[in-house]
Structures are given as C-alpha cells and as structure tokens.
Design a protein around this ligand. Structure first.
Ligand SMILES: Nc1ncnc2c1ncn2[C@@H]1O[C@H](COP(=O)(O)OP(=O)(O)OP(=O)(O)O)[C@@H](O)[C@H]1O
Length: 924
C-alpha cells in the first residue's frame, strides 16, 4: 500500500507536465478557437533555451542560425526569466503569424499549421543543439520526502502544488477579470468582445502568450525528472490533449485532475511492471497507450454520430480537383517514370523508388482527408502495422501475392477499428485520436520486443513468377525490377483513387465532407462511409508500409514513428491533399525522395534543414496555398485553358425530363404515405413539438405553417430522424421507429433544408447525382474501375431540368443565388427515389415570378403522385397551393383544415395570420 502511495506521488511530476500542456491547449482554444498541436514542442523549446543558457550562456532564437552569446553560462534565475520571455515570444509569434491569419480557416488548415509549428520548433532545436538527450539541472528542491521506508522526491509535490495554484489563478483570471471574461466571450462571438471594447486579436494573443508561458515554466520544472529529448515533450501533447478533451476545452480543474491522474496511473503501471506476474508483452509502451485509451473512451462517450442542428458541421477543406481521364499526360508521366528508373543509378534510383512509395502513402491521405474530410495523423502507423505483418509473413515464406494483400488487409482492419471512434467525432478531435494512436502503436507494438525484434525484422526479397523483385543484389542497391514493381502498384492504386474521386462513392465522401446531416438526408450512411474511407485509406497505406519493408529488407520501428506520420501529412498537404497529382508531388518532395536525394548531394546536413523547411512550408502552405502545389498548378492550367477558349462543356440534361421517381406509388391513389401520431420533441426544458398528429396522402400538398419557433423544422427533423422524438412516424403504413436518417431517406423520405445545406465541394450536377446513385458493394467495386454510369446521369439531368437548372449544372452552390440554391435543394431531393417530399421554406429567396413557377411545380409533383409537405412563411403561397393546412403554435397543433377554413379561423388569425400579414405589410 505504501508502495502504491509512493508511486502515485512520484507520478505527479509527469502528470503536472501533462496537465500544464492541457491547460495551455485549453486556454489557447478559448482565445483563438484553435487546438494547438505544437504546444508540447513550444514547451520543449523553452526547456532547451533554459538549458543552453545555463550550459553555454547562448540564447537560442527561433530563427535558424541565429544564436546570441551572452558571454558565460547564466544563473538559474536569469535563465528562467529569459526562457519564459522566449516562451512568451513564441506564443505571441504563433498567434500573430499563424493563428491570426487562419482565424476563419478550415479546421484542417489550423491543425496542419499547428503541426507545422511543432515540426519547425523541433527541427530548429535539432539544427542548433543536436538530438542527443540531456539531463537538466533541477530548479525546485530535489531532496526526498520520507514516507515510511521510501522517499518521494520533493519536487514532484512542489510542481503539483504550484500547478494547482496556477490553475486557480488562470480560472480566476478567465472568470473574474474583464479581460479574461472578454477572452471567453470572444471565443464565442468576436463581435461581442469588440463591442465590450477589446480587440479580439489582442485577447487571442494574450491567451497564446499565457499558454506558452505556463507550458514553458512547467516543462522546465518537470524536465529534471522527465529528462530532455527533442521528442519527449513534443509528444506529451497527446496526454495534454487528453486532459484538454476531458475538460471539454473549458473546465480547467478537470484538465488539472486528468493530467495528475494520468501521471499517477502511468507511475502505478511502472510499479506493476516490476511484479513477477506482470506479462512481458505489457512491459513496454503501455504508458503511451493509456492516454490514447483515455482519449478514445472520453470522446466516444461524448460524441454524436451526426452533428446537431446548428453545430458547425461544415469542415471546409481545400477544393477538390476532380480528375478527368486524360490518357496522354498519364501515359507520359508513367513513361517518364520508367525512363527515369532506367536512367538513374544507385542512390538516385533509390530516391525515386522511395518517392513512389511515399506517393502511395500520400494517396491514402487523399482518400481519407482529401475526399472524406477525416484528418488522420496515424497513416504511418497503419503502414507500419502492414510492414511488420509482411516481415512476419515473409519470414514464414509467404509469397508476395499473398503477403502484400494480407498485410494491407490487416492495416485496413486496423483503420476501420480506428475509424469507429471517427464515426462519433470529427475535425480536430479526430486528429487528436489519431495522433495518440500513432504514439501508442509505435511504443506499445512496433517497439515492443514481444511483438517485433528491436534489432531489425528481416524481410526476404519478394519473388513473383520465379523472378526476384528484391531491392538489392550484391553491389546494386536499387534494382530496376523492384522499382518497376512499385511503379506498377502505384499506377494501379493511383488510377483507382482517381476513379474513386470521379465516382458516386467519391461524391458521397465529398458530400459527407461538406455536410454530414445533408448527406444522411440523401440516404448516405455517414458512419459506414467514413469507415469505408478509413478502410480504403489504410489498405493503401498498408501497401505502402509493406513496400517500405521490402525496400529496406529489414524493418525497425524507426521507419514508422509518429514524426514520419506527421511529416507525411505535411508533404501530402504541401503537394495537394485533394488530388492524385498532389500525392505524386508529395512523393517527389518528401524526405529521402528524389528531390531530397538530389539536393543532399549539394548540401551537407540537408536532413535537418529539410525538416525546418517542411515545418515552415507547412505553416505557409496552410495559410497561403491550401490546395497544395498540384492544386495551384491545376488552377493555373485551368485559367490558361479558359484563356485559350477550352471551356469544359456544361452537362446537358436529357431533352425530355423524365417524371419524378416515385417508389411504389401510382399517381392520385390518395393513399396515406406519411402519418405521424403523437409526435413530440423535447429540447431540455423546451417542448418543441407536442403530440402532433398529421398525415399526407399521395397526390396531396399539405401545408405546415406557424410563427417563428413554432416547431415546423423540428417536425421535419423528427420525421426524418434528425432529432430524437417520441410518438410514431409511419411511412407507407410501416413504422419508422428507431430508423436512422439515412435509412428513412432510403425508404422514401426526401427533404430539403431551411438553411439549404448543399454540398459545397460538389457542383450543382454532382449535388443532385449524389442523391440519385444507389449504393451497394457492386457499385463500389465498379466505381474503382468505371466511375460514370448512364442511368444516374439521366436521373440527374431530369431533376435539374425540372427545376430549370440545366445551364447551371457545372456551377458550385456558392456562386448561385439563394433562390437558385433553394431550387437546387429541391432538385437534389427529387433525384432520390421516394414517395414523400418534405420542403422546408423552399420559396425563401425566390422572386415573385419564381414563386409562381415554384407553385406550379409543386402542383406538378402532386399530380405525379408525390405526397408533399410544405413548410413556408409565404402564407399566400401555402394557401393557394395546398390541399390541406396544419397550423403549429408553441409545438402543438392549433388548427388544421382547408385553406379556406384556415384563412378564416379566428385562432389562426390571432396567433399567426395577423402577424404574418403585418410582417408582409412591414416588409412592403
Ligand atoms: N437543437 C436544438 N436544441 C434546442 N432547442 C432547439 C433546437 N432546435 C430548435 N430548438 C428550439 O425549438 C423551437 C422550435 O424551433 P423550430 O426551428 O422547429 O421552429 P420553426 O417553426 O421551424 O421556426 P422558424 O419559422 O423560425 O424556422 C424553437 O424554440 C427553437 O429555439
């Protein structure tokens, strides 16, 4: 028992460092809205500044090659003050140069930029002082405090106590000072803070400085017990993020408690490791698995499989370049690669082969991040798992055609497992999970002697049809045969990814990337599609990892560290994370690739400089050129073509629009298609919908009107499964109880959105196509080979033509007027097979003439046999076009009847019609 207490107290040192980083992350998030992945690196930077001052008297500056000698080693106090000032400067510069320009940028850009800061700081330290580990002299009293027979180093208790004081001070600052309150307000609403008399940017900068200083000080205090390396503190961002997540980026005391608890748990694990009965396999790396498990567990508990209404659902990402099959350039590039393979020799050829492999790995990010919008920092870990599986299989003499796909399948399975939490979390949180996973896999599996051989895991040469495709042979270090093998695999995968991008499956992934709720409403199973993206991406990464194995002939964990994963994301982003050509650029420019090898002949020490360059260009890329090198080149090419008159043709709709697709319906049957009984929705203390009974028959248009906040949209949300409800919903007489939104959509419920919610990454045609295409396994396989299909195109053309949008088929929603966007929303719903159409304010934004045209169209839909529910504030439209009208007030049905009855109903006039007509008069 005494031992347990002793180890618990010892764990407080590391725990305080985690908590300090967690506090820094939380405070930065409150001030800047950014999850700062580089705070661990900022802490490491501060410790090195402190240690260098004490050792040599040189002041490190965050600029390459600049170092200010102060004469002789300084004392602790001076070193501490200067180091803290440096920490403040780094925090301020990060805000000024990075987060400020990215204030309105997509989450991915912010994540990438903060990783850029992390890589830059780390590379700068390696460049200046090397990467050897150091012992840092203690600042706090180091003597032991005796407990029974044992002793706890006093500094652990001091550091925990000091951090508790700092946490209380930070809490009081944010809660009780005007500046602190304004900071919290600015995180919610910048304009509100400006009105309170504070410049939002000054508030953000102050939090960045505070975060940097707190993290810096506590890293200095913890360094004597934890040791100083260029990676240790950097990776402490994972437990730090776990703490911040536990405190929901808000509650500082939960952050503190989680950090200390993590430290204690890890320390107790060290105690357990010393026990005889403790399994050997659990003796390495378990400490790194703990934060990962804590993060995943916590996030899955609080996450939701679809964002709530009004949540920031759109994870805007760089524009996707949808590739057109241009065989001439493709053949030229492949031909060029073959020629290079034959022309280049030795290290250059090896560099080219490495470029091919990195391009493959980058392709996995194109699928996962570029297409599906899921930020993963664990691609190197997926690759590594396949690499080690290949090592095991090859050792058992498994031939290449078995070992390679099997290893990739293992990676895919792992990817799907990791994707499971991704179903419930999104954006920066997913980046946090994948970062922690990368660390856990590296430490717990790849470096665990129970699973892999630390001295190296030999992989024999691959043999195919009796021919050796080994990478080396005697003096030859990079054989053409191996290069050709890798090139063939890369080509097949690249074509597959290009096809995927152009296909229905690709559109579905892009739809999820744009708007998960709207995607579910067109029948896309968002969770399954995310898992599919994780599976495909990890399979590709697995192939890359297996090829890395074959290319080395000998595998160690060093090929798949977390930093390899981060650097992969960096180069994939720089090349262009949304396109196949971007992956090729990433491959060519990545460390150890062809460009690197070429320059390494010119510059000594290129590796470290390359790392600085990668970090800095990652930050710059995130700010100035999120589409990457390939994206920029494509837009230039597009502009050039446009100037030369090569316009991409507008997709023509079929001349005669086919009728609206109605499943299982004959026109004018009058059968009840949709019926609700006692439908109720509770939002906290608010009864937004209260026992609504309503039915819509085939061939009917039913109006649903009521004042603002009456519950009309909530009714559509409840029917379509987007909000939990009680009561019953029947479609075609069958209960929809428990069915998620995408299943309801597939069963025939189509809807539009008050806020339109089109897919920003897809043009008008593809917005509709994504709803028209059926999905099954056969479609997926076909998508990888032959993406375009005629029946889908016909249905899309028909829906666009019905809403007069054919000439705008190739225009993105952002450039359409509100009215056109509303019509496109209707066209998207029309393209789905189904019998019920729920329209949420389709006339908003339409001109008078367009409203009349819309009314005619609605009547036509009904004539075609659809059951239409119309939610609208344009009372004249509703009363002129609907067969029957329901009126909602405060969530319950006030009245229902024919338009004539509603127009004269006293209660309706008092509650709504009077208001609505006053509104119209006021507007007039
Ligand atoms: N996700 C939510 N959480 C909490 N309350 C909500 C949520 N969504 C809607 N509400 C509340 O439920 C009530 C009904 O809102 P709803 O948007 O359905 O009304 P509406 O009739 O469509 O209004 P409008 O005509 O302004 O669109 C409102 O008081 C709204 O503030």
């Amino acid at each position: 028992m005494q031992q347990v207490l002793l180890f618990a107290l010892i764990g407080l040192g590391a725990g305080a460092a985690y908590a300090a980083i967690g506090l820094g992350v939380t405070v930065t998030y409150q001030g800047t809205g950014t999850v700062h992945f580089g705070l661990g690196a900022a802490g490491m930077w501060t410790v090195y500044v402190f240690d260098e001052l004490r050792r040599t008297g040189d002041l490190l500056l965050p600029i390459p090659l600049v170092r200010v000698p102060l004469g002789s080693p300084t004392g602790t106090a001076v070193a501490l003050v200067l180091a803290v000032l440096s920490a403040a400067a780094v925090g301020w510069l990060s805000q000024l140069l990075v987060f400020r320009p990215l204030a309105a940028a997509p989450v991915l850009a912010k994540v990438v930029a903060s990783i850029g800061i992390m890589l830059t700081l780390q590379a700068l330290v390696v460049l200046r002082v090397g990467s050897a580990s150091r012992a840092v002299a203690p600042v706090l009293p180091a003597g032991g405090l005796h407990i029974g027979d044992g002793a706890v180093p006093q500094d652990r208790l001091w550091i925990a106590a000091l951090l508790t004081v700092v946490t209380v001070a930070l809490w009081a600052y944010l809660r009780y000072t005007r500046f602190g309150l304004a900071t919290r307000a600015a995180a919610e609403n910048e304009r509100a803070a400006s009105l309170a008399g504070f410049a939002p940017q000054a508030l953000a900068a102050s939090t960045a400085v505070i975060a940097g200083v707190v993290v810096g000080i506590f890293c200095i205090l913890a360094a004597p017990t934890l040791g100083l390396t260029t990676t240790g503190f950097v990776l402490m961002i994972a437990p730090g993020l776990a703490c911040a997540l536990a405190g929901r980026f808000d509650n500082l005391f939960v952050v503190l408690a989680t950090g200390l608890l993590l430290g204690v748990v890890q320390s107790e694990l060290t105690l357990l490791r010393g026990q005889e009965w403790w399994p050997t396999w659990a003796s390495t790396g378990l400490n790194d698995a703990v934060p990962f498990l804590a993060i995943v567990g916590g996030l899955v508990l609080v996450g939701r499989s679809l964002p709530t209404r009004g949540a920031d659902a759109a994870e805007a990402l760089p524009e996707v370049v949808i590739p057109q099959p241009r065989w001439l350039p493709i053949t030229a590039v492949i031909g060029g690669a073959v020629v290079l393979l034959f022309v280049l020799r030795g290290g250059f050829r090896f560099g080219l082969i490495t470029s091919f492999i990195v391009a493959l790995l980058a392709l996995s990010l194109v699928v996962l991040t570029g297409l599906a919008g899921q930020v993963s920092l664990a691609q190197a870990a997926f690759a590594g798992s396949a690499g080690f599986v290949v090592a095991k299989l090859a050792a058992a003499h498994a031939p290449l055609p078995i070992a390679l796909p099997f290893a990739a399948a293992v990676a895919a399975l792992l990817g799907v497992l990791v994707g499971l939490p991704a179903v419930r979390i999104r954006g920066a949180q997913l980046a946090v999970v994948t970062l922690a996973l990368g660390i856990a896999l590296e430490r717990f599996v790849f470096r665990n002697p129970s699973f892999t051989d630390p001295a190296g895991n030999p992989i024999p040469d691959p043999v195919l049809f009796g021919i050796s495709f080994g990478v080396s042979d005697g003096l030859q270090t990079a054989r053409i045969q191996f290069g050709l093998l890798v090139l063939v695999i890369l080509t097949v995968v690249a074509l597959g990814v290009a096809n995927l991008t152009r296909s229905g499956t690709g559109r579905r992934l892009l739809a999820i990337r744009s708007d998960e709720r709207a995607a579910a409403a067109v029948g896309i199973n968002v969770s399954a599609s995310k898992l599919l993206a994780f599976g495909i991406a990890s399979f590709i990464a697995g192939i890359g990892g297996a090829l890395i194995g074959y290319s080395r002939g000998q595998l160690t964990a060093d090929s798949f560290t977390v930093f390899v994963g981060l650097s992969l994301l960096a180069f994939a982003y720089l090349g262009g994370i949304t396109s196949v050509s971007g992956a090729v650029v990433a491959g060519l420019s990545a460390p150890l690739g062809l460009v690197f090898v070429t320059f390494s002949r010119l510059f000594e020490d290129l590796g470290t400089w390359y790392a600085v360059l990668a970090g800095v260009s990652l930050v710059l890329g995130a700010i100035f050129n999120p589409v990457g090198v390939a994206g920029a080149a494509t837009s230039m090419l597009r502009r050039f073509r446009a100037a030369g008159g090569h316009h991409r043709p507008v997709a023509p709709g079929p001349p005669e629009p086919p009728p609206v697709a109605v499943v299982g319906a004959r026109a004018h049957t009058g059968k009840v298609r949709l019926r609700t009984t006692g439908l109720s929705v509770q939002y906290g203390g608010l009864r937004a919908l209260d026992g609504v009974d309503l039915s819509v028959r085939a061939g009917q248009i039913i109006g649903l009107i009521g004042p603002n906040g009456a519950g009309k949209t909530t009714f559509i949300d409840a029917v379509t499964g987007f909000t939990p409800s009680t009561g019953e919903v029947f479609l075609e007489g069958l209960s929809l109880d428990g069915a998620p939104p995408h299943q309801r959509a597939r069963r025939g419920l189509r809807r539009t959105w008050q806020a339109v919610q089109l897919f920003a990454d897809l043009d008008a045609h593809d917005n509709v196509a994504v709803a028209a295409q059926p999905f099954d396994l056969r479609t997926l396989v076909l998508d990888l080979v032959r993406p375009q299909r005629a029946p889908v195109l016909a249905a899309v053309g028909g829906a666009l033509a019905r809403m007069d949008l054919t000439p705008l088929a190739r225009v993105r929603p952002q450039t359409l007027t509100l009215g056109q966007r509303k019509l496109l929303g209707v066209a998207r719903a029309l393209a789905m097979p189904g019998s019920v159409l729920l329209l949420d304010e389709p006339a908003a934004g339409l001109s008078g003439a367009d409203r009349i045209a819309l009314a005619a169209r609605l009547r036509q839909f009904a004539a075609d046999g659809l059951a239409v529910l119309l939610v609208e504030h344009d009372v004249d439209l509703v009363l002129s076009v609907c067969d029957h009208v329901y009126v909602l007030e405060f969530g319950h049905l006030l009245a229902h009847g024919t338009p004539a009855q509603i127009r004269t109903d006293r209660r309706v006039i008092d509650a709504y019609l009077g208001q609505a007509s006053r509104g119209v008069e006021e507007r007039a």
